[in-house]
Design a protein around this ligand. Structure first.
Ligand code: GCU
Length: 684
């Protein structure tokens, strides 16, 4: 305790509020008849949770008819389960869902599901409920996940480094070897399963030389060991693959997706993988993206490339998750017509309908790259005959690198609620595009870049655990509010002291807006140090080939993406969205500089000029960052000291670093614009 290793599964001691703590009589005994590994894992979780929360050693419910918690599948021969759940309830429970009901008649709280993993999810849910319980709940619900695929992408490299990792090194690999640490992997799988994650890709989308061999007999036994651990927790293992794999070691002379030899090479690989891992999930592919190989080399398009892999995996039920992060990363900054924001749509919209049924396109939430603020990718809504998943970044590459607190669930919520207008008048929010309900997709869901590493607390910043937790919860149920998730996480992590809950929840909920205010004004983005992406550098990417510009001069700033006078990007949206972004008057302030180039004296909806907005938000942002520290400090003595201290240390760094941001950004724009701060504060 105190290190953060147990994360939200530590289950701090719980006091029941009411005097009629009748749930306790059930909690003390567990009734399970099935031997399956996943059910045994569920039983173990249950015992562990109850011991920790209530200090009770759970008995095996040996007495017939005695009060208990009964867990099992509907078909598993558990008579308590059979007695509690009727046909109608059983029909309502999907393949990964569960039903939970308290039955006084049958003297039990029952958790039933159609599959073992459903039972495990149900037990995690029961533990969450018990944590927030008053002691006498009317448990009765059927719960199914909204999204079929709920995925985590690791950007771990075989050498042990993690691309954009901010929490130490990989716990899968080190020095091009597989680490022998099954306990850590099991604890990781437990954590992920507890929030409903069912798919994990274990290696970086940039697949280097050694990792290219992960699909070969040399490494499959080790990969298979990881899959064995994941399987118990309902998680399928995926691998990122190198599109040019057939070329490595000179096996073939080409990786052309239409070449029969290449196709048969991949079919052979697929057969080998499934022989080792029968429930292998499939491939994640970054092709023709940031110097990675892809079908363009052979004059083929992305449907040709993805379908070739899909054909190989199809006989085994495997999926191809093909990323849409395709753009020109060798752009000339002098060229004002090329717009990176347009790229994904320009490449993939014309291919809509051409992908095989086991291909899923993975689309980043925004058109650029996980900035603090960017609009929603216009591909959502535009692709109408293609399976798709949205890609978020839990790793805080551009949002403070887990040294600053930035709770991202509110940002993800905004994206998921965004109405694409793909169905005209009818509501067509992104959440219903990605859950597959709008176009009836065979596969759909969410994916995200992981923020974990081998740091003892998994995420570097303890508060960054809330993003990992929140991602899973939101992927399971996008209707949950950011507040509710924050509170739930805080309660599971720190216990139920109201002062702690209130303060932690407030810190989390304010943090994105605070980070945005001292870093990236009005949707501009990219004012960061090149390569590592930490800290302010306004012109860091201004004259680079990456397509990431703010175009600030002495008169104004912003990127003109209008149809009227700019790159025409705004026309990739539908209906009112296209109109709103095109219009200088209607464009929301927070995205103004993403869509328009304006003078510093342009007046925002807020009534302030752009330049005054920059000054004000940066002064306020740095002050608010210092307040985060001050409010955390009111919690000293109210939690495990180890937890308290590690967060305090990070918040101290954040408060200092926010001043650096404030001064560099303000000074830069003061010097460019020559316009005084109305409040005459210190600008250098
Ligand atoms: C960003 C990130 C890269 C990563 C890429 C991707 O550009 O900085 O490290 O490889 O996204 O998503 O593929």
């Amino acid at each position: 305790r105190g290190s953060g290793y147990e994360a939200w599964l530590g289950y701090p001691r719980q006091q029941f509020g009411g005097s009629t703590a009748s749930d306790l009589e059930y909690y003390g005994a567990l009734y399970i008849v099935e031997e399956n590994e996943t059910l045994q894992a569920a039983a173990q979780e249950y015992r562990r949770g109850m011991a920790s929360m209530l200090g009770i050693a759970v008995a095996n419910a040996a007495e017939p008819g005695g009060a208990c918690v009964a867990i099992g599948t509907f078909q598993g021969g558990n008579e308590r389960i059979q007695n509690v759940f009727d046909e109608q309830t059983i029909r309502a429970v999907g393949p990964e869902g569960y039903a939970i009901r308290k039955s006084r008649e049958n003297h039990c709280i029952a958790v039933g599901a159609s599959s073992p993993i459903g039972v495990l999810y149900g037990v995690f849910h029961l533990l969450r409920l018990a944590k927030t319980s008053t002691g006498n709940e009317a448990f009765d619900e059927v719960v199914n996940p909204a999204n079929k695929l709920r995925m985590i992408n690791h950007w771990d490299n075989f050498d042990g480094s993690i691309e954009r990792g901010y929490a130490g090194h990989s716990f899968f690999y080190k020095h091009n070897r597989f680490l022998d640490n099954p306990q850590r992997l099991r604890d990781y799988a437990r954590m992920m399963s507890s929030v409903g994650i069912n798919a994990i890709a274990v290696n970086n989308v940039n697949v280097h030389e050694q990792e290219t061999l992960f699909i070969s007999p040399a490494y499959l036994p080790d990969i298979s060991n990881i899959a064995d651990i994941f399987r118990v927790y309902g998680i399928r293992l995926y691998l990122s693959v190198n599109f040019a794999s057939p070329l490595q070691g000179g096996e073939l002379g080409t990786a052309d997706p239409l070449d029969p030899e290449v196709r048969s090479w991949w079919r052979g690989k697929a057969a080998g993988i499934y022989a080792a891992i029968p429930d292998f999930g499939g491939f994640v592919v970054k092709a023709d993206s940031e110097n990675r190989p892809g079908p363009f080399t052979y004059g083929r398009d992305h449907a040709d490339g993805a379908n070739m892999l899909a054909e190989a995996l199809e006989p085994f039920g495997g999926l191809v998750i093909w990323r849409c992060f395709v753009y020109n990363c060798k752009q000339d900054w002098r060229d004002r017509k090329t717009d990176r924001a347009r790229a994904a749509y320009d490449h993939f919209k014309p291919l809509d309908g051409r992908f095989h049924t086991n291909v899923i396109l993975q689309i980043k939430n925004g058109p650029m790259d996980f900035q603090v603020r960017e609009p929603v990718s216009p591909l959502f809504g535009a692709l109408q005959q293609t399976n798709q998943v949205i890609e978020f970044q839990i790793a805080q590459e551009y949002t403070g690198q887990q040294r600053h607190v930035c709770y991202l669930v509110p940002q993800w919520k905004e994206v998921l609620e965004f109405n694409t207008y793909a169905k005209g008048e009818e509501d067509a929010p992104v959440k219903h595009v990605v859950d597959g309900s709008i176009w009836n997709n065979r596969y759909s869901g969410v994916a995200a870049v992981s923020n974990v590493g081998d740091d003892l607390n998994w995420t570097g910043h303890l508060l960054a655990q809330a993003n990992l937790y929140g991602y899973g919860r939101l992927a399971w149920n996008p209707e949950l509010s950011a507040e509710c998730i924050a509170e739930e996480w805080a309660r599971l992590t720190f216990g139920s002291d109201p002062a702690v809950l209130d303060t932690v929840t407030r810190i989390l909920l304010d943090s994105w807006s605070i980070y945005e205010s001292y870093t990236a004004p009005l949707g501009v983005g990219w004012m960061i140090n090149p390569d590592h992406h930490y800290g302010p550098n306004v012109d860091g990417y201004e004259y680079s080939p990456w397509g990431t510009y703010h175009f600030a001069d002495n008169r104004g700033m912003g990127v003109d993406r209008t149809v009227r006078s700019g790159t025409g990007y705004s026309a990739q949206y539908m209906g009112p969205n296209a109109e709103r972004y095109e219009s200088l008057e209607d464009c929301p302030d927070e995205l103004l500089l993403f869509f328009h180039h304006v003078p510093y004296t342009h007046v925002l909806h807020s009534g302030k000029t752009v330049i005054q907005h920059i000054y004000d938000t940066h002064f306020e942002g740095a002050e608010r960052a210092a307040e985060l520290l001050a409010s955390w400090q009111t919690l000293q003595g109210r939690m495990e000291e180890g937890l308290y201290l590690q967060v305090e240390e990070r918040l101290l760094e954040q408060a200092e670093h926010a001043k650096e941001w404030r001064d560099k950004i303000n000074t830069y724009f003061y010097r460019k614009s020559g316009i005084e701060d109305q409040q005459q504060r210190t600008i250098y």
